[in-house]
Design a protein around this ligand. Structure first.
Ligand code: ZN
Ligand code: ZN
Length: 428
């Protein structure tokens, strides 16, 4: 096995199926049998963080391994051939799965939810308090009409095995391997990690930069959670106060709405706005932070929902879409208003999340559906510069394209925001 191997994949092909030759597959590691799939699978894999159903996840340890072949039937006098391919990988997990036949387009999901792999709780069949089985979160996501769900249990990666194994059944809901990196100096969500990363700060006053850099470097989307929550005995480490460049370089987004708590709602947005004005390009996302899928009393899955434009409904495409920032938040749930928000600069179209060159005039263009009677607020550098009646016809606003400016939208009714957009930026 090559040095650095963390995942083994075995595939095989046997001749003679037409003559009822049958070849079974299994895998043995140095510590014993890892699994046996008979003749039902042609490809299997194992790693510390996952394995094909029927196989045990666990370290891919050095020592003697064996591909096991069984031959329950071959007719007398026949000779058949088995081709076995063994591949070695340096990551723990294959790329996340995809929902076939979807995209490109807008997808609606929840980027923040907990199961019994951390502190998600439900009532058991007989009424006792117990940890939420991950399938119940998936069921709630389908009931809410979501296209994707990131399960973001605190710090652990133990739920990723459940995600991988639930996904083939949920072929109408993309399940994302998420994680809430919960430090004593703030919480950050990740989507799309391919290995398990450290979450413990080396010392109480250490910067989270050392934790976030390898996660972002590995390709995952990283967002700061509920930045405006208190940080103290009421909620230790819940707020986010660490905004030094080394940290912000590894962050792609900010959770501008967490749950539906009215007081937290615009406070998260205000933090995001401050970071944008400081020159960071960050996607505005939302997360329900649902912990009790059998109880609607406080939070509900998909409220808020994040809507993102992606090339496909797959882990890599959603992660890519979130990083690009063509995304907005439906504050009150998945069935909220729709938005197309872009700009025109010298005849060139600039999408939400992108950057336009400085100089001249930028024309902002917004089309809002499903928000009759609501107000569209045009935001520049964090302040409202104009307001219009929200409309399914295109609304336009000209603004000077001064270096470093940024523009976003908020749609609201009498009781508060219903939609919060990401931003269009002018180059610094
Ligand atoms: Zn949190
Ligand atoms: Zn959480």
């Amino acid at each position: 096995m090559p040095a650095g191997t963390r995942r083994i994949e075995v595939s095989y092909r046997a001749s003679g199926a037409d003559a009822r030759t049958v070849v079974d597959l299994g895998l043995r590691g140095p510590a014993g049998l890892r699994g046996w799939s008979g003749g039902s699978r042609s490809t299997i894999w194992v790693s510390a963080l996952g394995a094909t159903p029927g196989y045990l996840s666990g370290p891919v340890e050095p020592g003697p391994w064996a591909v096991l072949l069984g031959v329950p039937n071959i007719r007398a006098g026949r000779t058949d051939t088995v081709d076995v391919t063994v591949r070695f990988f340096t990551d723990d997990l294959p790329a996340g799965q995809a929902i076939a036949g979807r995209g490109p387009g807008w997808f609606v999901g929840d980027l923040h939810a907990h199961s019994g792999h951390s502190d998600g709780r439900v009532r058991s069949r007989r009424g006792a308090a117990t940890g939420t089985p991950p399938y119940m979160v998936a069921e709630a996501a389908r009931a809410a009409g979501l296209d994707f769900l990131a399960l973001t249990d605190h710090n652990t990666a133990s739920h990723w095995l459940d995600i991988d194994r639930l996904q083939p059944y949920y072929d109408d809901l993309l399940l994302l391997r998420g994680r809430e990196v919960t430090t004593y100096r703030g919480h950050a969500n990740t989507v799309g990690e391919r290995t398990f990363h450290e979450f413990r700060l080396p010392a109480p006053d250490s910067s989270p930069a050392a934790l976030l850099a390898p996660i972002a470097g590995g390709g995952a989307f990283v967002s700061i959670n509920h930045p405006a929550l208190p940080d103290g005995e009421a909620c230790m480490g819940c707020g986010w106060n660490v905004t030094e460049p080394a940290v912000m370089r590894s962050v792609h987004g900010v959770e501008v709405v967490n749950g539906d708590t009215a007081e937290g709602l615009l406070a998260g947005w205000a933090f995001w706005a401050r970071m944008l004005s400081a020159g960071h390009r960050l996607t505005a996302v939302g997360g329900s932070d649902e912990h009790t899928v059998d109880d609607d009393a406080d939070r509900r899955l998909g409220r808020p929902a994040t809507v993102v434009w992606a090339e496909a409904l797959s882990e890599s495409a959603i992660v890519d879409g979130l990083k690009r920032g063509r995304a907005y938040v439906r504050v009150r749930g998945p069935q909220g208003p729709t938005l197309d928000f872009h700009a025109e600069h010298d005849g060139v179209r600039v999408e939400m999340g992108e950057e336009a060159p400085a100089g001249g005039t930028l024309t902002l263009v917004a089309t809002v559906g499903g928000a009759a009677g609501q107000t569209l607020q045009w935001i520049a550098d964090g302040a409202v510069v104009a307001a219009s009646a929200a409309s399914a016809a295109s609304l336009r606003l000209d603004q000077p394209a001064t270096p470093g400016r940024w523009f976003s939208l908020v749609v609201r009714d009498a009781s508060g925001p219903t939609l919060i957009s990401s931003a269009i930026h002018i180059r610094r």
